[in-house]
Every structure is written in structure tokens, then in C-alpha cells.
Design a protein. Structure first.
Length: 428
């Protein structure tokens, strides 16, 4: 990766070693790690927090050892994953019981009481029913007719990682990529963050597509209908049971009555989250392996490094928006001019991020270790696992003609999102 930015030098105040610095990034010492992670969050005190951190570290170390053992890493339904499925089914079973009980009360009557309680239970069951998310996107959604070359590439990569393609592709302004399902039939949605896509090489784009499709191939438990809809249901229950602010006397009684159910629901949400965490972290390693098979080990490491500096890309986009809004008499022309070359300038910024900034981020990740609630293992461990053993060649290779055709298919989305980012900046 080219490193053309002019540097300044200084001396480490901690060990006296020389420091190479770039004014755009944090100055730090490679000899003693001084200032390597100035934004490190403070660890919360308490026995529970210490126990959670210890468990997260122990599990992460075991999983990392398994990944680097030389044995093939495969999806596995351990006791935690099975228990998560049981809890999810119990959540849905509760809704089913409400339906059956409501219908039974309507049929039996119970001297008129059933005609009152039955509809109440049925309405409650309707409110607490499993939700299937609809198709939601921050930007344009491309169908097969809109982008046949992009879909053909996705289909080719899907075959390599052992799954099928997707039903819709959304293009959005985030520095990320993701997959999810939508609708009762579990249709597949691939979301490509254009600021990330535009800063990757063609081979790295193949690798990141392999990673995302790998989540479908390996049955990531959090992408499954049963557990995902149970999350939605429990979240709805927790919202419905939330205490009333500034309650009256009667409302205070309602708050008190709902206290135990609310704590139970919150406990189930926390438990379901922790039970699926292990399987989800394993799924990330499996998806990384799929990325390496599809695009090569080198390309998989490359896109992972780019994600490591994602906040720098966000800062660059915000700077673009600020430049377009200030110092120009004609704001419309200013925005149009900035939007026209936005993606080229963003790619140039990404290419000039110095290697010592990537290294700082990797070391900072190592210092932070395994987060208690992160669905992703630390990036430095994922990177090390990819580089462990023989590097894999690409199963799918970039083709200049196809790249040009895909770029043409994305042209309208590129223009629209560039104008939005320059006008409104990065949201959220």
C-alpha cells in the first residue's frame, strides 16, 4: 500500500525512541507502545464485569487456539447454541399458547368471562407475535435486472463458498458490508457500503463478498429465523413492559406488577445474547476462511485492514461535506463539484494511510483484547489466523471487463450517494 504522506519525526516522552508521525493520525511509539490507544475505553469496575471479561478472554483464546490448530474449522452446534434454540422456541411457544388459550376461552365462554379474556389474549398474542423484518435500506436497492454483472459475480462467489446467491443488493453510505434476511420466506439481502467498496481493490471486493456470503453458508445462528425472530419478540415484550414515567397511583401499581416479568424478559435477552455469542464469533472465523478461498488470503487480509481504518474514511467524508458547505458563494455548484470526484478522493485518502497507522490499530486491538459483547473476535487475531499456514490463491479472479460493467451498473448509485454525502455528511 503506497505511503506518500509527508512525515514529521519526534521523540517518545516515555522511552526516548524516535517517532514517525503523520499529522492526520495519532502519534505513537512503536518501541514502547506509548499513546498506542489514547481512546481506549475505561473498564467498568465490579466483580460481574471482571467475570465477564475473564470469560470472554477464555473463550476467545480457546476459539483462537482451535482455529490455528491446523484442523479444519467447521460450524458446530454446541450446548450453548442448542440452548439458545430451545429458549427461542419457548418464546415463540408462549405466543402460541396465548393464541390457543384465547381461542379456547372464546369457544368455552366460562359464563361470559371467556368472551372478555379471549379477545384480550388474542390481541396480546398479536402484539407479541414474531416479527419478520421487511426489506430496509439506506440507499438504492438493485435487483438482478438492474445489475446482472454484479449478481453474476455474487453467484460465482456463492458457489465457491457453498451457498446460493442473494435476492436483493442494497447500496448504502456506510463503511461496511453485511448480509441479512427479510420477509417470511427468508429472502437474502446483501448490503454494500459504497465508501468501503470504492476503497477496495477488485480482488478485495471478491474477498469481502466471500466473507458475507460465508455467513449464509455456515448457518450463522443469529441469521437464522428462529433465534432472530425470538430477539424481535423479546425486544417487543421488553418495550411493552417498560415502566411508565411519572406514574399516577394506579400506574405505579402497574409498574410494580410488571417488574418481575420485565426482569425475566431482560434476563432472557441477556442470556440469549451470551448463548449465541460463541457461535457468532466462530461464524466470523468461518466467514474469513470463505473470504480467503474466494478472493485469496492476501485479499482477505487487505479488506480486513481497510475495515480497521473505517473511522478514518468517515472523517474524510465529513471533511468533504464541510468543504462543500463553506467558503463557496454558490453552494449548489460547490456540492456538485465535490460530489463529482468524491470517490476518487476517498480512494486516494485510503491509499495514503501509512502502514504505521494500521500497525497502531492492530496493537490497540491487542491491548483491548476480547470485548465482552462483541460479535466479532479481535481483528488482530482474525488477521493472524488468515496468515497462519499456507496462503490460499483466489478461486475467483477479478476481470477488467467485468469490473467496468459492474462500475457502470453502480454509476447511478455512486452519483446519488456522493451527492447525499457531500450535502448532508455521514449520518449516525
Amino acid at each position: 500500500m503506497p505511503d506518500t504522506t509527508e512525515r514529521t519525526t519526534g521523540t517518545c516522552p516515555q522511552c526516548g525512541a524516535g517517532i514517525r508521525a503523520d499529522e492526520r493520525f495519532t502519534a505513537w511509539c512503536a518501541a514502547c507502545d506509548w499513546n498506542v490507544d489514547p481512546a481506549r475505553p475505561e473498564e467498568r469496575p465490579g466483580r460481574r464485569e471482571r467475570t465477564q471479561r475473564a470469560l470472554a478472554r477464555r473463550h476467545g483464546e480457546r476459539l483462537h487456539a482451535e482455529v490455528t490448530s491446523g484442523r479444519p474449522l467447521r460450524p458446530r452446534r454446541d450446548a450453548s447454541a442448542v440452548l439458545a434454540q430451545v429458549i427461542a422456541l419457548a418464546v415463540h411457544g408462549t405466543t402460541a399458547v396465548l393464541v390457543v388459550a384465547g381461542v379456547w376461552l372464546l369457544l368455552v365462554g366460562l359464563g361470559g368471562a371467556g368472551m372478555v379474556l379471549g379477545p384480550v389474549l388474542l390481541v396480546l398474542a398479536w402484539v407479541l407475535r414474531p416479527r419478520f423484518p421487511g426489506l430496509s435500506a439506506k440507499g438504492p436497492v438493485l435487483r438482478r435486472a438492474d445489475a446482472p454483472e454484479l449478481y453474476a459475480l455474487v453467484d460465482e462467489i456463492a458457489a465457491v463458498v457453498g451457498t446460493r446467491g442473494v435476492d436483493a443488493i442494497a447500496i448504502d453510505p456506510d463503511v461496511n458490508a453485511s448480509v441479512t434476511t427479510y420477509g417470511v420466506r427468508g429472502r437474502r439481502l446483501l448490503t454494500l457500503g459504497l465508501p468501503l467498496w470504492e476503497t477496495l481493490t477488485p480482488q478485495q471486493r471478491i474477498a469481502i463478498l466471500g466473507h458475507e456470503l460465508g455467513h449464509y453458508a455456515h448457518g450463522d445462528i443469529r441469521h437464522g429465523h428462529v433465534v432472530a425472530t425470538a430477539y424481535w419478540s423479546l425486544t417487543t415484550w421488553h418495550y411493552m413492559l417498560a415502566p411508565i414515567a411519572r406514574p399516577s397511583l394506579a400506574e405505579m401499581a402497574a409498574n410494580l406488577f410488571g417488574l418481575v416479568p420485565r426482569l425475566l424478559v431482560r434476563g432472557l435477552l441477556t442470556l440469549l445474547d451470551h448463548l449465541t455469542l460463541r457461535a457468532t464469533q466462530r461464524a466470523e472465523y468461518l466467514a474469513d476462511a470463505a473470504a480467503a478461498r474466494a478472493g485469496s488470503t492476501e485479499a482477505a487480509v487487505g479488506f480486513m485492514d481497510r475495515l480497521l481504518v473505517g473511522d478514518s474514511l468517515v472523517t474524510a467524508l465529513r471533511r468533504e461535506a464541510g468543504t462543500a458547505r463553506t467558503g463557496r458563494r454558490d453552494a449548489g455548484r460547490g456540492e456538485a463539484a465535490r460530489a463529482d470526484g468524491l470517490w476518487a478522493r476517498l480512494a486516494e485518502h485510503a491509499e495514503t494511510i501509512p502502514e504505521h497507522e494500521y500497525e497502531r490499530r492492530r496493537r490497540a486491538g491487542a491491548l483491548r483484547g476480547h470485548a465482552v459483547d462483541s460479535t466479532h473476535p479481535p481483528t488482530h487475531l482474525r488477521r493472524a489466523c488468515l496468515l497462519h499456514g499456507e496462503p490460499l490463491p483466489p478461486a475467483v479472479t477479478a476481470d477488467d471487463g467485468r469490473e467496468r460493467r459492474i462500475a457502470a451498473e453502480l454509476a447511478d448509485a455512486r452519483g446519488m450517494l456522493a451527492r447525499e454525502l457531500v450535502r448532508y455528511g455521514v449520518r449516525g
